[in-house]
Design a protein around this ligand. Sequence first.
Ligand code: CTP
Ligand code: MG
Length: 233
Amino acid sequence: MSIKVDQVVAIVPAAGVGSRMKADRPKQYLIIHGKTILEHTVAKLLSHPQVECVVIAVDDSDPYFSDLSISQNSRVIRVSGGKERADSVLSALDFLNEQQKSGWVMVHDAARPCLSSADIDKLIDSARSHPVGAILAAPVRDTMKRGMNGMIKQTVERADLWHALTPQMFRSDDLYTALSEALEQEVEITDEASALEWKGLSPALVIGCSDNFKITQPEDLALAEFYLSKNKE
Ligand code: CTP
Ligand code: MG
């Protein structure tokens, strides 16, 4: 069975521990405006008309997920998380393979709740019209330096530098092949695009809104709170 032609399956890796956040629980379970960050993120994906369902990778020993109402949603599927983010994404792709479900997938970090529907639209349009797929990204604004031992070695040309964001959208079969081969060969994979790059492919860069930042450190919470209240207006 394939994912319906005009639909996309969203994959949300949510099995991290959030060590840089230094909170009493993984950051995806911190509350903003009465809901966990993970619930904000999943609600954003589920409300998009082209998202068929959301496959969430959760650690097997996670005590939080089953208490959330999204765990009872028929369009939400829980799979086991892995050691690294790429293992968690591969676990979701394994599930889709078992279901013999193939088509477009969109991988989105649990810790990016400020994604806009307009950016999802832009990504879907670009990925579908590109031979490989596409990622949301933001052009670098600051002058960039390469450092060495705490000192500047050189200024790096900024014009071609981008911040890679998520979602990142690819065909499930292509992503599965690239990720599983890269992991098998112990190639270091950061985002999904890097697995396809390793296979010699060049995904498209789609300019996304910088509101869609990844909550990483304690000071990021206030900013996410601000953007999420803006979205409600
Ligand atoms: N993630 C995952 N499985 C892992 C590690 C990370 O599913 N083994 C997820 C996180 O839950 C998060 C996303 O990947 O939604 C991006 O990772 P990151 O921001 O690095 O989150 P953490 O790894 O949880 O944070 P930290 O690196 O600070 O520990
Ligand atoms: Mg991490």
